[in-house]
Design a protein. Structure first.
Length: 203
């Protein structure tokens, strides 16, 4: 059975877990905790970058990062659920890229506070990352169409996970200026049961 190395707070790991649920593969992949800060964790032997999520296949091969894992799941499943065929493929992948980039900028802000001493923090750098988050939110709000019925694709999954991460780590401040995204996320949660099941524990 393939093994997904991740941790409950990881938004990229959550993206994979929701994708597995959407494909009906939750029971066919074992989720195993990984501690990226622990040098003795086997994750560093499985993935030279020591990052999560990492998917360990039955033959021992490791796949990383989340977008590569999604491509593998899509290719293995073959139904075009996560990544639909043209002409929708590129817009869906762009939506995923935007959400992943938002997450990268948000996580860098968290790491700055967690790992860098207060006297060494660079506010201009934090502002730079936050500006990326803001622009991504504004773009998503402007581009958002009516909620899509049916099984979510990877663009929607990634967007939902990114917004939820902002709720989890930044107190949901994004919600005040993005009413369309707020309504969209509520709809996504209602039609995607795995979204609630994969929520990280309260901070």
């Amino acid at each position: 059975m393939p093994i997904l190395r991740t941790s409950p707070p990881s938004p990229f790991g959550r993206k994979i877990k929701i994708a597995l649920a959407v494909l009906g593969l939750e029971d066919k992949v074992q989720v195993q905790y990984a501690d990226t800060a622990d040098a003795s964790d086997s994750l560093r032997q499985q993935n030279p970058l020591g990052k999560i999520p990492t998917l360990i296949l039955d033959n021992g091969e490791a796949l990383f990062d989340s977008r590569v894992i999604i491509e593998y799941l899509e290719e293995t499943d073959g139904r075009g659920i996560l990544i639909p065929p043209a002409p929708h493929r590129i817009p869906v992948l762009r939506q995923q890229a935007l959400a992943d980039g938002l997450l990268d900028a948000a996580i860098l802000q968290i790491y700055e506070g967690r790992f860098r001493p207060a006297e060494m923090k660079v506010q201009s750098w934090l502002d730079y990352q936050q500006a990326k988050v803001q622009r991504a939110l504004d773009f998503a709000e402007a581009q958002l169409s009516q909620p899509r019925a049916g099984t979510p694709h990877i663009g929607e999954i990634a967007q939902a996970v990114a917004l939820a991460y902002l709720d989890f780590r930044f107190g949901g401040k994004w919600r005040a200026g993005h009413p369309k995204l707020v309504a969209w996320l509520a709809d996504f949660e209602q039609r995607t049961p795995a979204f609630a099941r994969t929520a990280p524990p309260a901070a």
